[in-house]
Structures are given as structure tokens and as C-alpha cells.
Design a protein around this ligand. Structure first.
Ligand code: TXA
Ligand code: MG
Length: 321
């Protein structure tokens, strides 16, 4: 793989060409880094699965440059989904919608729906626009980590995760550390009202404030496959605990105001909940590098982003507590 540390207009345009030619391009988004391929090229997409070591029935999100491309991929789009897209795109939100024919089984995992997102990151948006100018329709991109591992929030972390699995012609675009730091909110828009499948930075209170009411469980297709179906998702190797008392020699991530007990190794002191999300996956990686026995994450807050943070921390600690 080639790491592009200076993402000039030329470099991004070359990356768009590489995508069109069937190579893989890892790129920054505001949530986490994605491992991109031409979403209409079956061979390129199959390489995403092999590089990630991901089961092939697990669907991919198609990234598009604007809301104008929505109808290229989706059909029977409910009004509330248009409203969501207008409110939150570009942004950390993925909409699951009934698919058009262009969304093949190798993208949707055989489901009748397709996941779509317009990311809010300048390198990503330029890449998507350039790709579309070359006749591309959309870029399939899961998080750029091995299956079940922690999503990368820096180009360096992409290299650590996937470097040995990528070809010399594949690219990694370095756009700095992802601003948000956890994956997008996934909203199922295949029913009468929206349903949050994965919490993220577009929070339930964001939705309520825009007078978008989410559905209660029940009237929806339960077979839908999404993150969380797998217990080991988002896991570092280090055991992670939530709101337990840290012991000597163990790691700790907590808000700055939380004091470090004697002998505990402080790995992060975010000042805000947004900052907490921004550093979370980096701290997971740090704990692995330090080969800690345990990382204690302490978070008590009713901030709108807390639901998403708790979701990721609980998934990281699953099977290990
Ligand atoms: O923030 C993000 O969403 C990042 C960046 C790169 O955009 N992407 C990401 O992709 O997290 P991935 O593949 O790691 O997680 C996407 C989740 C998967 O768990 C997948 O099952 C779900 O989205 N998904 C994709 N298409 C779907 C569909 N048609 N129906 C249900 N779930 C879907
Ligand atoms: Mg992922």
C-alpha cells in the first residue's frame, strides 16, 4: 500500500482514478477511516471482504457525494428519510433504504436494502466528487479495520490494521485524525418511521429536536443485519470494563475532572463528551500497545452522545467481563 500524507487536489484525483481502476483506497471520514472500493465493481468489493477478513453476507455502506445521488441507489424513499438526509448530510448518519438494481447482492449482503451516507470530510467529499466525475456511482466503504477489531481514526492506524493485507497499488489517504471518532448513526428507513440500528453522533435528541420521531420495536423486519450482531465488534485485545474501580497497573480513560487512583495508568483525560468519542478508539489501541491487562473506562453522563459511546464501550467489553 502507498500512504499519501499530503492530500493535494492531484493526489485525490489520482486516488479517484485508482478506485475507478478497481484498486482499494482507504480514506478519512469525520467518523472513522473507511476502506473504499468502486461499489459497482464486484471484484474490487470482494477484495474489501478479504482484506478485512469479513463475512460476505455482511452489507457495506455506499458513500455518495451528495443527496442528489440518493435516488441512483434507493427507491421508495419515505418523506422522513428525505428530511433526515437534508438535515444531517453531509454528516455522521447512514440511511438504510430499499435498494435499486445497481445495489447488487455483493454490496447488500443479499438484503433488499442498501446503506447510504454522505460523509462530512473535505478529502472524502473531494474523492467522491472526482470519482463520480469519472463515471463512478458510489464508493463502498466499511471501517478500515480487520473484522471485529477497533475502527481506525488515523491513517497510521489503518496501516497497522490492514497494511499487511493491502496490495502495493492500494492507497491510504491521510486526512488527519477523524473529528468525531466513532462510526455513523445507522437509521433504518424501510418502515413507516425511522429506527436507529446503531447509535452515533446524530443522536436521538438531534432527531427529536427536528421533530423526527423514531419507531418503537415491532413493526420492522427483524432480520436486518447490522453491527452488534457480532459480540466481538469494536474490540481491542485488552479487556475493557465500564465504570469499575481501576486497580494498580490497569489503564483508565475518564473525563479530565475524574481523579486517577494511585498506580493506575491514565490513558486519556478528555474535557468533553465529544472529546471522549474523539479519543476512545485511540485509547483502545494504546492499551493494546502497552499490553495492559485491563482498561477501565469511566463515563457517567446524560449527554446526547453518551448512548453511542456506551454502545461502543459495551461492545468492546463483551465476552470479556
Ligand atoms: O461511520 C461509518 O459508518 C463508517 C465510515 C467509513 O463511513 N463506516 C462503517 O462501516 O462503520 P462498517 O461496514 O464498518 O459498518 C457499517 C454497518 C455494518 O454493520 C453493516 O452491517 C451495516 O452498517 N449496514 C450496511 N448496509 C446495511 C443494510 N443494507 N442493512 C442493514 N445494515 C447495513
Ligand atoms: Mg466496522
Amino acid at each position: 500500500m502507498e500512504l499519501i500524507s499530503n492530500c493535494t487536489a492531484d493526489a485525490i484525483s489520482n486516488a479517484a482514478k485508482a478506485l475507478k481502476e478497481g484498486h482499494l483506497v482507504a480514506f478519512p471520514t469525520e467518523t472513522v477511516y473507511g476502506l473504499g472500493a468502486d461499489a459497482t465493481n464486484e471484484q474490487a468489493v470482494s477484495r474489501i471482504y478479504s482484506v478485512k477478513g469479513r463475512p460476505t453476507d455482511h452489507p457495506l455502506i455506499v458513500h455518495i457525494s451528495s443527496i442528489n445521488k440518493l435516488e441512483d441507489w434507493a427507491t421508495d424513499i419515505p418523506d422522513y428519510a428525505i428530511k433526515l438526509a437534508k438535515e444531517f448530510w453531509p454528516g455522521p448518519m447512514t440511511l438504510i433504504l430499499p435498494r435499486k438494481d445497481i445495489a447488487k447482492d455483493f454490496i447488500t449482503g443479499g438484503q433488499d436494502s442498501v446503506g447510504l451516507r454522505v460523509p462530512d470530510q473535505p478529502v472524502a467529499l473531494t474523492l467522491l466528487k472526482e470519482f463520480e466525475e469519472l463515471g463512478g456511482q458510489g464508493v463502498a466503504a466499511p471501517s478500515a479495520n480487520r473484522f471485529g477489531a477497533v475502527s481506525p481514526t488515523t491513517a497510521e492506524a489503518v496501516g497497522e490494521e490492514l497494511g499487511e493485507y493491502l496490495d502495493s497499488t492500494d492507497l491510504v489517504l491521510d486526512g488527519g485524525q477523524s473529528l468525531i471518532g466513532i462510526e455513523s448513526t445507522i437509521i433504518d428507513c424501510t418502515g413507516v418511521s425511522p429506527r436507529v440500528l446503531r447509535p452515533g453522533a446524530v443522536s436521538r435528541s438531534n432527531l427529536r429536536n427536528r421533530e423526527i420521531s423514531t419507531s418503537v420495536e415491532g413493526n420492522f423486519n427483524k432480520k436486518i443485519k447490522t453491527s452488534g450482531d457480532f459480540d466481538s465488534h469494536y474490540s481491542p485485545r485488552t479487556k475493557v470494563s465500564l465504570n469499575e474501580i481501576a486497580q494498580k497497573g490497569e489503564g483508565l480513560l475518564a473525563l479530565a475532572e475524574f481523579e486517577t487512583p494511585i498506580g493506575v495508568i491514565r490513558l486519556g483525560s478528555p474535557k468533553t463528551i465529544e472529546d471522549f468519542a474523539h479519543v476512545l478508539y485511540d485509547v483502545f489501541r494504546m492499551a493494546d500497545k502497552l499490553k495492559l491487562n485491563k482498561l477501565n473506562v469511566h463515563i457517567e453522563s446524560d449527554h446526547p452522545l453518551t448512548e453511542a459511546l456506551l454502545d461502543r464501550i459495551k461492545k468492546a467489553s463483551n465476552l470479556k467481563i
